[in-house]
Design a protein around this ligand. Structure first.
Ligand code: GLC
Length: 535
């Protein structure tokens, strides 16, 4: 089916990532659920988002909080049931909000019936649906390491073979070279498409194919960056599978596929862009985590963004993300002046060319919290404590108001609420002029109003003095965006033209007309529209 990509929702919408267990608990058992999300649709409408992406809500033993799926067609009972999900889908659509599911293709849960069968005997028809190998001289089949530490192989006494697990041993890797497994998996995806979901975020999609010969990864990479050498990831055939997935979703109108390209070291825009294929035949979008790991500097940000744009195929579409459920929230990575930096990055994200992704709570400046070991849920944190304290700190309950448990639940939540909830919460910020939330609302509506911000070209005006500036142009409309990354007042010289303010992070400095020299406050960000258009 051919689709007019020009005005398609996933390019021009804002996508909001929900970690369902932490969003809103409608049943008061301490866990967020699907009916909780339904109740918060009016809030999402007020914020102005166009789609929600849900971290996994499928039936799961929750070894990796749902990224270990036992039944791809069932909703886990802590989140509700399929009727709840269908209601969410209908009500979200009624409110012009699309729904994107997380799809975990690399592995299933150890409790998935396919794995139980596969494990039962060497000649089981599903044996080859997973990756089983004989050990080598009483050692593992090769030196591949799990992304979560230790060997990627687990010995199974029952058949005297090892199975591969790129993550926890409770998450055995599927064999995507096996056609009957592939077809069975495609049926699981079709199931959700037939139900009406609008797309998928594809978990670690660059890892689904492994070297056919299972060659060892180089030692140095294994030591420094587990699995960086690509015998266990980014194999040529993974691109083929991605193209097949795209063909599948192309049978349904207006769907989107967003890939998580997981690599160590992070920040390889070329690799990320490669999964967009020719821009029309592979993923619609892929996360580039390069900015995540850049130090705070106008030049570093500018260069990373420019580099991503440069790497994209002609018809490829970028997206931008600053926080997610695996890494510390951006506001907690920024160090000093973090609240000001959070607002500046919001201006950046909503004025770049590419789809913005908000991680729940980012819009109110929710921060990571430090948890005691006894309070941890993430097995990764339990395993590596105190060296690495896990990912729970960025998965805490959404802060709705200043009542008990931040209005998330009436009972003790599954993870502690951040102690700053009395001041950092939705209710307070919806009623406070110039709060972060109000700025998010304004920025999203500005982005929707001006075609240059949605689909205009992006032209860097370079960086100097720790100021980054760029233009977005569409037809006659020309926007100039200026971001002061510095903690000092800075002067910025505009070319000799007339501009008007569309937005500023510092409304107190607002004037009607802009002169050629602007004094920017520390961390100030502004959007200007050119009003005397060049002939
Ligand atoms: C992805 C998910 C992460 C999960 C891992 C294994 O990186 O974002 O949360 O643990 O895949 O599925």
């Amino acid at each position: 089916m051919s689709v007019d990509n020009e005005f398609i929702w996933w390019k021009h919408g804002v996508i909001y990532h929900i970690y369902p267990r932490s969003y809103f608990d409608s049943s008061n058992n301490g866990n967020g659920d699907i009916r909780g999300i339904i109740q918060k649709l009016p809030y999402l409408n007020r914020l102005g988002v166009d789609a929600i992406w849900l971290s996994p809500v499928y039936d799961s033993p929750l070894h990796d909080n749902g990224y270990d799926i036992r039944d791809y067609r069932k909703i886990d009972k802590i989140f509700g049931n399929l009727d709840d999900f269908k209601e969410l889908l209908d009500k979200a659509h009624d409110n012009d909000i699309r729904v994107i599911m997380d799809m975990v293709l690399n592995h299933t849960s150890i409790e998935h019936p396919w794995f139980i069968e596969s494990r039962s005997s060497i000649d089981n028809p599903k044996r080859d649906w997973y990756l089983w190998r004989k050990g080598k001289n009483r050692f593992t089949p090769n030196n591949w390491r799990s992304a979560f530490g230790g060997s990627a192989w687990e010995y199974d006494k029952h058949t005297d073979e090892y199975y591969l697990h790129t993550f926890f041993k409770e998450q055995p890797d599927l064999n995507w070279r096996n056609k009957s497994m592939r077809n069975a998996f495609f049926e699981e995806i079709r199931y959700w498409l037939d139900l009406g979901v609008d797309g998928f975020r594809l978990d670690v999609i660059n890892m689904i194919i492994k070297d056919k010969k299972f060659r060892n990864n180089t030692k140095i990479f294994n030591l420094l960056f587990p699995n960086a050498k690509s015998f266990s990831r980014n194999r040529p055939k993974s691109y083929k599978i991605v193209r097949k997935l795209r063909k599948l979703t192309n049978n349904y109108p207006n769907k989107t596929l967003i890939g998580e390209i997981y690599n160590t070291p992070p920040g390889n825009s070329k690799l990320v862009a490669s999964y967009l294929g020719n821009g029309n035949d592979s993923l619609n979008m892929a996360f580039d985590f390069s900015i995540f790991f850049k130090g705070w500097s106008a030049k570093k940000y500018n260069d990373a963004i420019e580099n991503l744009y440069m790497e994209l195929p002609d018809k490829g579409w970028p997206c931008f993300v600053f926080s997610n459920h695996d890494l510390n929230r951006s506001i907690s990575r920024f160090g000093s002046h973090s609240e000001k930096k959070a607002l500046l990055t919001a201006v950046l994200m909503f004025t770049l060319k590419g789809t913005p992704f908000i991680y729940y709570g980012e819009e109110i400046g929710m921060k990571n919290i430090k948890l005691r070991k006894s309070k941890l849920n993430d097995p990764l944190g339990k395993k590596y404590w105190p060296l690495f304290k896990g990912r729970d700190g960025s998965r805490t309950p959404m802060q709705w108001n200043n009542q008990e448990h931040a209005g998330f639940s009436k009972v003790k939540p599954w993870l502690p609420v951040s102690p700053d909830f009395t001041t950092t919460n939705v209710e307070v910020q919806e009623n406070m002029a110039n709060s972060l939330l109000r700025n998010y609302q304004t920025l999203i509506s500005i982005r929707k109003k001006y075609p240059s911000l949605l689909k205009g070209d992006w032209k860097s005006k370079g960086t100097s003095n720790n100021i980054m500036s760029y233009q977005r142009n569409y037809g006659d409309e020309i926007m100039t965006i200026i971001l002061n990354f510095s903690s000092k007042n800075k002067t910025y010289l505009l070319s000799n033209n007339q501009y008007r303010y569309i937005y500023t992070t510092h409304p107190e400095t607002l004037t009607d007309m802009v002169t050629t020299t602007i004094t920017l406050q520390p961390f100030q960000a502004i959007i200007l529209e050119l009003i005397n258009k060049p002939k």
